[in-house]
Design a binder for this molecule. Structure first.
Ligand code: LLP
Length: 440
């Protein structure tokens, strides 16, 4: 089965039969910048930012979109997200540092994490972070003491666990009760957390946060989670006299990893969430909370592809044929970690009429690093360029130096032009922090 290139935004096939991304010839990009290469379409990235804003602002005009930088932690792209009017979400002090370095206003940043240490909280408050999402009773106490010491007031949201089952990979489900994240709604912990926050002068209770999982293909868990959250808002009013100004619904919108699958639109999610929140607020005389969305994958994923050079093609008659590429586990851990699947095609043979045959595509790490269990390719050969699609999210940001492979470069393409936005690591970079003689 041929990949339906037209299903992927920004992709096209040039008159020379080469795959093009945002008008740039992928074969030329590979030659110019080397492989493996992360290629991000600035045009698609801007479009995904705009599409999320448009969808949510249509249904909730004061909605705020905060890009989850964990999906693609590159300064140039965080900067573009800011230009597009998005805030930036950080899951660690390191990401917060990057968000600020990328030019995000401190008040538009959000800090997450299920164990933020005192030093992390101090760092964030020192940088005037916009919101801290607290995730435990211990954190409430820690944040209170740090804020008092620093003589500042911390604006907080409480991460609750709505106990919703979202259909996605096992490790990516986090809203069900059996999870390390969030204070459960069911057993009263979430209510107790808000009560404690309200008693602390150093803490400014802004709202409620939840995140039910990632790559959620069906919008209905979003509706159910929003209903449970709104019930909680009513409980908070009744039991604690608390006003909830913000409802942060996390991320989770999906991206296309297979050109044959149908894809829900951001608007379908927006309609479910905003419709539910509006209806329940109105029915109960509750002020409408400001809706905050933290998309990561759905902003970055479609904007990226990865280019590899094909190496040896190994044929084992009667068993299987292998195609090796010059990357793998260290630049895309997702197939190994989650069993994630992608679409891929040969960029230099995108219009080939040769018969497609299945190949196992593996990387060049010193273990069985399978990128594709089975990918149909037209007569792959040494030196071809393989493009893996929809790799913009959680590829670069989860990359490693396993086997001491330098991380790939990243280029941004727009209207046919390319610019380098992350340099390829050097061998020197790989040992920069080593102290061969020891110290101290
Ligand atoms: N907000 C919070 C609190 C989150 O924990 C996450 C993702 C997001 C927002 C963004 O979710 P998204 O829109 O990207 O689904 N490494 C995994 C994904 C882990 C997601 C963790 N949290 C992967 O490669 O699939």
């Amino acid at each position: 089965m041929k990949v339906k290139v037209e299903k992927y935004p920004g992709l096209s096939i040039g008159s020379n039969g080469h795959l093009c991304f945002s008008g740039a010839d992928c074969v030329r990009l590979a030659k110019q910048f080397g492989t493996p290469l992360y290629v991000i379409s600035e045009d698609v990235f801007r479009d995904t930012c705009r599409a999320q804003r448009a969808a949510f602002e249509k249904h909730c005009p004061d909605a705020h979109i905060s890009f989850s930088t964990k999906a693609l932690t590159a300064l140039a792209l965080m900067r573009i997200a800011v230009q597009e009017g998005l805030g930036l979400d950080a899951s660690s002090p390191g990401e917060l540092f990057g968000a600020l370095k990328a030019g995000c206003k401190p008040e538009n940043t959000i800090l997450h994490g299920n164990f933020k240490k005192a030093a992390d909280l101090e760092f964030a408050l020192g940088k005037k972070v916009g919101r801290i999402v607290v995730d435990s009773f211990e954190e409430i106490e820690e944040l209170d003491s740090v804020a008092r010491r620093m003589k500042v007031r911390a604006r907080v949201q409480v991460r609750v666990n709505p106990g919703v089952e979202a259909h996605t990979f096992e490790l990516l489900k986090v809203g069900m009760l059996d999870s390390k994240f969030g204070l459960p709604l069911q057993n009263g912990d979430a209510l107790e957390a808000v009560r404690r926050i309200l008693k602390k002068k150093s803490l400014d209770f802004m709202g409620v946060h939840y995140h039910i999982g990632s790559q959620i293909l069906d919008p209905s868990p979003f509706r159910i989670a929003a209903e449970r959250a709104m019930e909680f808002l009513l409980t908070l009013r009744r039991e604690a006299g608390a006003t909830v100004r913000e409802l942060n619904i996390g991320g989770g919108l999906p991206v296309r990893y297979d050109s044959r699958h149908p894809m829900p639109t951001p608007e379908q999610f927006a309609r479910q969430v905003c419709g539910t929140v509006k209806k329940m607020a109105k029915a109960n005389g509750l002020d409408m909370p400001r809706i905050i969305l933290e998309p990561g994958r759905s902003v970055a994923g479609p904007a990226g592809i990865t280019l590899y050079t094909v190496g040896p093609v190994k044929r084992i008659p009667g068993i299987r044929d292998y195609v090796t590429v010059d990357g793998g586990l260290s630049d895309n851990v997702r197939p190994g970690l989650y069993g994630a699947t992608y679409d891929g095609l040969l960029a230099n043979k995108a219009a080939s009429a040769a018969r497609m045959k299945p190949f196992r595509v593996c990387g060049r790490h010193c273990e069985t690093d399978t990128l594709f269990q089975s990918l149909r390719l037209p007569d792959p050969a040494y030196g071809d360029i393989l493009a893996v699609l929809s790799t913009g999210a959680y590829n670069y940001s989860m990359s490693s130096n396993y086997n001491k492979f330098p991380r790939p470069a990243m280029v941004a393409v727009s209207k046919g032009k390319a610019r380098l936005i992350v340099e390829r690591e050097t061998y020197e970079d790989l040992y920069r922090k080593d102290l061969p003689e020891g110290k101290g």
